[in-house]
Design a protein around this ligand. Structure first.
Ligand code: AMP
Length: 251
């Protein structure tokens, strides 16, 4: 089961996006965690097994980067410059980008928000958007990993420029150096995964995103999950944590 047809999310409201299946129940989830903790990998697994769409704001910006500079809006150009520096994009731009994609939050399959919200104002804006549509969050999963493990993960992470498959120089190398196993595309290091940028991203996480844990804990929505281990091990933990909140999490 997969609703991983994210055209509407990646390209914006003018793009049509038809979910392939309607899962037995919708899950409205947020995935939190420091950069490099493996949220994207878990989101892809959850999406393929629960049927909810993986909505990553970072992926929207990466898709926008593929558009030639002259055709980018000033807001997107400002956002891409902030990302290059490892800084957060302004709340105003990110909230507007999500607001334009409200249809994705209403999708029958539910949603797995990855990378949004990242600040308290973003969380408040999301609450208002959901409330206006009569929607509610089911849970917030926060992935946890010691900082030295995160640094090792990010330093070795490589991403296919074409299909976005993720590799790791040691844990999950490509069969041919620099060539994607899945589609043959070029496999590179994300510019924001370089050491100097990672430091700025970690600071932004500690300053702006950590306060969200209390925000969601107070609402009884937070599940902490250790991100240590293989993706399937972490997935099993996630399933377990969600099962404590939902009667029947399958997949
Ligand atoms: P990610 O792939 O989620 O790590 O996002 C990559 C980069 O995009 C981040 O380092 C930020 O610069 C920017 N970004 C993505 N989502 C947000 C957000 N919700 N708020 C601010 N900046 C964001």
């Amino acid at each position: 089961m997969s609703n991983d047809n994210r055209t509407g999310w990646l390209e914006g409201p003018q793009a049509l996006c038809v979910p392939r299946t309607t899962p037995p129940r919708r899950y409205n989830l947020i995935l939190l965690g420091a950069p490099g903790v493996g949220k994207g990998t878990q989101a892809a697994l959850l999406s393929s097994r629960l049927g909810s769409c993986h909505l990553s704001t970072g992926d929207v910006f990466r898709a926008a980067k593929a558009v030639e500079p002259a055709k980018r809006t000033p807001a997107i150009s400002r956002a891409l410059r902030a990302i290059e520096r490892g800084e957060l994009v302004s709340d105003e731009i990110v909230i507007e980008l999500v607001r334009e994609r409200l249809a994705c939050l209403r999708c029958d399959g539910g949603f797995l928000l990855d990378g949004f919200p990242r600040t308290i104002p973003q969380a408040e804006a999301l609450d208002a958007m959901l409330a206006a549509d009569g929607l509610a969050l089911d849970g917030v999963v926060c992935y946890d990993l010691p900082i030295e493990r995160i640094v090792a993960r990010i330093g070795g992470r490589r991403v296919c420029e074409e299909c976005k498959a993720v590799f790791h120089v040691e844990a999950q190398p490509t069969a041919r150096e620099g060539v994607c196993n899945r589609c043959g595309g070029l496999v590179v290091q994300r510019t924001d995964d370089r050491p100097e940028t990672v430091r700025v991203r970690m600071e932004a996480y500690t300053r702006s995103t950590l306060p969200l844990l209390d925000y969601y804990r107070r609402r009884g929505l937070l599940c902490m999950v250790s991100a240590d281990g293989e993706p399937e091990t972490v997935y099993a933990r996630t399933q377990h944590a969600l099962a404590a909140s939902f009667a029947n999490v399958s997949g």
